[in-house]
Design a protein around this ligand. Sequence first.
Ligand code: SF4
Length: 181
Amino acid sequence: MGLIEDTTIYVRVTNRCNSKCGFCYRDSLLGKDLTIEKIKRIIDKVVEFGFKRIGFLGGEIFLRKDLREIMDYAHKRKLLIIVASNGSLVKDKEIKLLNKYVAWFGIPLDGSTKDKSLLMRNSFDQFNITLKLLKKFKRKKPKFKVRIFPAGAFHARSAVRKTLISFFILESPKAIFNALR
Ligand code: SF4
């Protein structure tokens, strides 16, 4: 594999979200969501330049009603698909969709307890959303792989970043382990 094959091109399919996390930069992004036609043209370009992987992120990607069409198009163009979501809208129907099209599913976790997570997420209970979904994945044994990432730590302003990252590195694996055993 070379650099082109190993590179993932990420497309922000929506700026909309059902949460208002304190650290999120999406309000600073201008413009409406890309149209489906534009996204398909981007996918065509990704293929044309020889890339093999595409990532879809938001906002919250499951707010897009045409997400299936987007994934189907990328799948038909033989791209490996990666998505990132806060997981709050992922029910059985969405798991079926992910199973059909997606290789990797990314979901955030920002600490070992709900309270620590809420420091970054305002009132959005990302901690329980993520752990409940991980438990569900454990039961349903989906085909896609799951990536858990500390979004708050990545995006937070530098003054607090170190502390936030230490929440994740030191403590979140334990929360994940406890949820999954
Ligand atoms: S869930 Fe993600 S996209 Fe939505 S507000 Fe929070 S950080 Fe931003």
